[in-house]
Design a protein around this ligand. Structure first.
Ligand code: DAH
Length: 366
């Protein structure tokens, strides 16, 4: 009994004196290890008489448990002490620059499309879509370019093999759409007026130079309802270009022009003036020449187009316009060469692209 008490006092002191984990482990081995003092006492149980064992057994087991508990409590205390010490002595230098991560950029075309959706969305337009591979009917005939019409020559087209399963020759003839005006037809054929839609998409023509690529993007706008007039067209277009270029008094001019699917038809110009070597959009200052550049085609939808889509032109009328998206993007963001839009050069994208987290005036509402 006194052996037990002495050992207990000794071990308790040793545990309390252990001031690091290594020293504590040494105490543990010396007490509870294979050759430890407590283990040695436990072994003596075998040589005892049953009565002695009955008395000593619980005492020894209690000693073993108590010592184990003390060691574990001391271990927890030492670990905490160690952590506290590290927390107070170590500082993390959060001023160190993070390793740079390659961040993606929004392509200027996607940026412009989102800006346009935001502007037209606010005016109540919704977005329509149509296929890139069109048939002759939707791209030309229904838009009042009958076969052989000379205006077809204005758009140098990529034709595809005919679809032999089609019985109607105008629908059998397949081509890459030359403009998004074909989506007007699909939209009017499929639904009931009124229509108030915009459409964005790829268009294709056999062209290649600084300002023409075989594939480019257009936006198309269609508004058909009762009592829509040219005044609505002028108001809508003027608001759109001023909002897009963020110039409240941007001069806008309508010039009579011809497109088979509108009557009257117009080309729309915006004002600019010379500034140094370059140009600046906007109203020319006093004494400077006001210059004009064309940015889109527009007009009142031709009655033949409405009839081709099963709409009564006596009841409904409206306007349409179409605009090259690259062109207005180049003008707004000062991008000089159209071809670079499609070269997939990440240095170009890095320079002209937009940070996804900080986009001007986009549909994300920023
Ligand atoms: N589709 C014409 C083009 O690609 C542009 C255009 C002109 C669209 C007049 C229209 C419009 O909707 O009314 O050149």
């Amino acid at each position: 009994m006194s052996d037990i008490n002495t050992l207990k006092t000794e071990l308790t002191n040793a545990i309390e004196a252990a001031n690091d984990l290594k020293a504590l482990d040494d105490v543990r081995v010396s007490a509870l290890g294979k050759k430890g003092a407590v283990t040695a006492l436990m072994k003596t149980l075998g040589g005892m008489s049953p009565e002695e064992r009955q008395e000593q057994g619980p005492l020894l087991n209690a000693l073993k448990d108590e010592i184990a508990a003390l060691i574990s409590a001391q271990e927890t205390a030492l670990k905490k002490q160690e952590l506290d010490q590290r927390l107070s002595s170590e500082t993390i230098d959060i001023t160190l620059t993070a390793r740079p991560e390659q961040a993606g950029k929004i392509h200027p075309l996607s940026q412009t499309i989102d800006e346009l959706i935001s502007i037209f969305g606010a005016m109540g337009f919704s977005v329509a879509e149509g296929p890139d591979i069109e048939d002759d009917w939707h791209n030309f005939t229904a838009l009042n370019f009958p076969p052989g019409h000379p205006a077809r020559e204005m758009q140098d087209t990529f034709f595809l093999p005919e679809d032999e399963s089609e019985t109607d020759p105008e629908r059998a003839k397949k081509l890459l759409r030359t403009h998004t005006s074909s989506v007007q037809i699909r939209h009017m054929e499929e639904g009931e007026p009124p229509f108030k839609t915009i459409c964005f998409g790829r268009t294709y023509r056999s062209d290649w130079d600084m300002t023409h690529t075989p594939m480019f993007h257009q936006m198309e706008c269609l508004y058909i309802d009762k009592n829509v007039t040219m005044a609505h067209l002028k108001g809508c277009l003027t608001d759109f270009v001023r909002a897009f270029f963020k110039i409240d008094d941007l001069p806008v001019q309508f010039r009579p022009s011809f497109f088979p699917f509108v009557e009257p038809g117009a080309e729309v110009d915006i004002g600019y003036y010379k500034q140094g070597e370059g140009i600046k959009l906007g109203k020319a200052p006093e004494g400077q020449e006001q210059k004009w550049m064309e940015i889109l085609g527009a007009g009142m939808v031709h009655s033949n187009v409405l009839k081709n889509c099963g709409i009564d032109p006596e009841q409904y009328q409206g306007f349409a316009f179409g605009c090259g998206i690259e062109r207005i993007t180049m003008l707004k963001y000062g991008i000089p060469d159209l071809r670079t839009f499609f070269e997939s050069d990440t240095r170009w994208l890095d320079h002209y692209g937009f940070s996804p987290l900080n986009r001007p005036n986009s549909a994300t509402g920023q």
